[in-house]
Write a protein that binds this ligand. Structure first.
Ligand SMILES: Nc1ncnc2c1ncn2[C@@H]1O[C@H](COP(=O)(O)OP(=O)(O)O)[C@@H](O)[C@H]1O
Ligand SMILES: [Mg+2]
Length: 395
């Protein structure tokens, strides 16, 4: 009978799919409901509803405490796996209602979950060489809470075939945003920033993608610290500040920036430890100057990544930006200042909502998993091969 569920799903031409995502910013759950027809390069998605459902007050701090190996508690992490599943289930139900659908009408959920720890570097353990990553918000529980077939745990499959489990977005970028005529890149600015390079008329083997370094993570931490706000709204604080050259010089020496792609990063590199060092070096300086310098660092690290790892092979004609960072006017202006001669727009202009994009990815990836298509891009993750990603959980 359960095989029947999957078989029916496989044969259904037009599916109502929910995509759920929460990134390293831990700001809330992005939920999107889309109608998908086709799959692979023939995928067609139509967005019906999108919302971000903020996490409850204090949850971000609780999650971050449990993401840090020095402060995490195993009992709390275990409970968090279920708690986050309940939050994701609520988000799924709310977005269905917003779209005017009953849960019975929803065919499929694709959920990224919430990353709690990401360890892409190999380490030897009992004679085995291990990398790993942990996303919580248990997919099996999510399927039970919603009554909908749920695909989750997308990153682990890539790690199992030698990849670093990130970034996954490049498959979406390839399927939905490639151009026949232009060298194009797509930049997502979440907590971390990542870029996907799509040479004109590319095939999947030509796609290169990697995390350039920090996105909003450092700015968010500083604004939380100084004015108890989750982010620098519109980039207003940064716009009032002045760059501190010595601090910027120190920031751009971060070893991650020199690592050759494929590569991925997270809070381990640009989280609390890094921010504490920024605060130490910036003692006595204006908070707005520290925020401005961190915003500048983000833009500069993105541009340096382009110069170091992209330009020679693929000189860009256009760059499309998505993620919460598009709302930071300082950052967008800084990018335009660095990338002179390259058109910078948001993905909205290609028909993909810049706020919904990452949630859209996971709706599409769920559809790809059910269709039996590979979900990873070896040029992005360093995997040995393409492979189907995700765990399919039945309600
Ligand atoms: N109005 C805004 N002004 C400035 N920054 C914003 C605004 N809205 C969102 N952001 C930034 O975007 C982040 C959330 O972006 P998102 O794409 O959801 O990242 P993630 O995938 O890491 O969750 C926020 O933490 C904040 O830094
Ligand atoms: Mg987010």
């Amino acid at each position: 009978m359960k095989m029947n569920t999957l078989e029916k799903l496989f044969r259904k031409k037009r599916k109502q799919v929910i995509g759920l995502m929460s990134g390293t910013s831990v700001d809330g759950i992005d939920a999107v409901l889309v109608a998908i027809t086709g799959s692979g390069t023939r995928s067609n998605i139509r967005q019906r509803a999108f919302q971000t459902y903020p996490y409850p007050r204090g949850f971000k701090q609780f999650l971050l405490k449990n993401s840090d190996a020095d402060t995490a508690r195993l009992d709390e992490v275990t409970r968090l796996d279920m708690l986050v599943a309940t939050f994701f289930a609520d988000a799924a139900k709310r977005i269905a209602r917003t779209a005017g659908l009953r849960m019975d009408d929803v065919d499929l959920i694709g959920s990224h979950g919430q990353t709690i720890h990401h360890l892409p570097q190999r380490q030897r353990l009992f004679g085995k060489s291990i990398r790993s990553t942990l996303q919580i918000g248990n997919p099996s529980a999510l399927a039970k809470f919603t009554g909908v077939v749920t695909v989750g745990d997308f990153r682990v499959g890539d790690i199992a075939v030698g990849g670093s489990g990130a970034p996954l977005v490049p498959l979406f970028d390839y399927l939905m945003l490639r151009s026949r005529t232009m060298n194009r890149a797509v930049l997502n600015i979440g907590g971390i920033a990542n870029i996907t390079v799509l040479p004109r008329n590319c095939s999947i083997g030509d796609v290169v993608a990697f995390d350039t370094g920090p996105g909003n993570m450092i700015i968010d931490a500083l604004t939380h610290r100084f004015i108890n706000k989750p982010f620098d709204n519109g980039g207003m604080i940064a716009s009032r500040g002045h760059i501190i050259p010595e601090l910027l010089q120190w920031m751009i020496k971060h070893p991650y920036l020199r690592l050759k792609p494929p590569k991925s990063t997270g809070r381990e590199a640009f989280g609390q430890v890094f921010v504490d060092e920024v605060l130490k070096r910036g003692r006595g300086m204006e908070p707005a100057d520290l925020v401005a310098t961190s915003a500048e660092f983000m833009a500069l690290s993105i541009f340096q990544s382009y110069l170091r790892f992209i330009r020679r092979k693929t000189p860009l004609a256009e760059l499309f930006v998505s993620g919460g960072g598009v709302h930071n006017a300082y950052v967008m202006e800084a990018l335009r200042r660095y990338f002179t001669g390259i058109s910078i727009r948001t993905t909205d202009e290609l028909g993909i909502s810049s706020d919904a994009k990452e949630a859209l990815c996971f709706a599409l990836f769920a559809n790809e998993a059910v269709a039996g298509h590979a979900g990873n891009v070896p040029g992005a993750t360093g995997a040995r091969m393409q492979t189907i990603l995700g765990v399919i959980a039945l309600p």
